[in-house]
Design a protein around this ligand. Structure first.
Ligand code: ADP
Length: 328
């Protein structure tokens, strides 16, 4: 046995190879084990035959289906299509279990924290509304501060709960024909005060004949809130924000452009990852959890849309998202 063959035979991942004639010419030991078969049952068969029956059916019928469950094990398949088809099988059962346990932990903690945090909120509100008697300016100032910090915790817990819903497939979408222009206008109103505090001007332009799409308005509102909030938070004092809504035959596109900090080029790849915050914003006095864009990406993906951005550090950032138009 050659050195290479020995390595392939005993490799820790499952390996299968279909040659240029689409005939299965190689199956290593691990692949036999993962697929719960013996190579004599499958070796020499061609792609069409393998697609019809047997353990490879599910994987080969739908190349995009990367995970299959065989004998209680979760196997991840990767495909490399180069002078034949190389299939690499990896046992990800443990990885999946750890991920699930982590998600469950986050979900339990977030649920447990929700009630005490909201009772703090309502008690503070009653103090501020002087339901327990008059408060002086100094007391009001500190109560306002605690109230703001508490609001941030409420937001963080909501983000964590949304993430665990998304990851467990429990994030329910209620699509309905929605006018995006009105949704954007409502959102801008909500951010008026916040923008004014930083002397930021928000303008809105709409172009195109159809500005309606079938979406879940609550979820798209969340996406817009995250983008506008970021455009204010990571903008300079006196900066500006331009929101545009355009449409072509197939899609509606929204862009949110700011004149702020920008995203460092070398970190742009990670921007939609969970908990990621770029180093330039960590140095600024902004606060955040790095969860908003991850949630945005998942929401837009569920609407079969796209989300992307362009950014130059110290010049500004434009986030875009597009959504398929409502079919007439
Ligand atoms: P958060 O704002 O809570 O940190 P997000 O998921 O909304 O979390 O954003 C992740 C990171 O992406 C931010 O921490 C920041 O580094 C970067 N980012 C997002 N939007 C902008 C923007 N408009 N300008 C500059 N950086 C941004």
């Amino acid at each position: 046995m050659t050195k290479e063959k020995n390595i392939i035979t005993n490799f820790i991942d499952g390996i299968l190879f279909l040659d240029e004639k689409e005939e299965l010419v190689l199956v290593n030991k691990k692949a036999e084990k993962f697929l719960n078969t013996s190579k004599k049952n499958i070796l020499g068969k061609n792609l069409e035959e393998l697609k019809k029956t047997g353990p490879l059916k599910e994987m080969l019928t739908n190349f995009s289906k990367k995970e299959v469950t065989i004998n209680g094990k979760t196997i991840e398949a990767s495909f490399i299509n180069k002078k034949g088809l190389l299939i690499i099988l990896r046992d990800i059962t443990k990885e999946k279990m750890v991920k699930q346990m982590r998600n469950e932990f986050v979900s339990i903690v977030a649920h447990q924290l929700r009630t005490p945090i909201s009772s703090i909120k309502w008690t503070l509100k009653m103090f501020l509304e002087e339901s327990f008697g008059k408060i002086n300016k100094e007391q009001e100032k500190y109560l306002e501060k605690v109230y703001t910090v508490n609001e941030k915790m409420v937001e963080l817990i909501n983000d964590l709960l949304n993430i665990s819903r998304i990851e467990e497939g429990r994030y329910v979408y209620k699509p309905t024909a929605t006018n995006l222009a009105s949704l954007i206008e409502e959102n801008i109103k909500q951010f008026k005060e916040k923008a004014k505090e930083k002397e930021i001007n928000i303008s809105f332009k709409k172009e195109g004949s159809c500005l309606e799409a079938v979406v879940d308005p609550e979820k798209i509102k969340l996406v817009l809130q995250n983008l506008i909030d970021n455009a204010i938070k990571y903008n300079d004092k006196g900066g500006s924000i331009l929101i545009k809504l355009t449409s072509d035959k197939k899609n509606l596109t929204v862009s949110v452009k700011d004149t702020g900090l920008g995203i460092p080029k070398e970190q742009q790849k990670k921007i939609f990852s969970k908990f990621f915050r770029a180093k330039n914003v960590m140095k600024s006095d902004s606060e955040g959890s790095g969860l908003g864009l991850y949630i945005n990406k998942e929401i837009i993906k569920a609407h079969k849309g796209k989300i992307w951005f362009q950014s130059v550090e110290n010049k500004g950032t434009t986030f875009f998202f597009s959504l398929p138009l409502a079919k007439k």
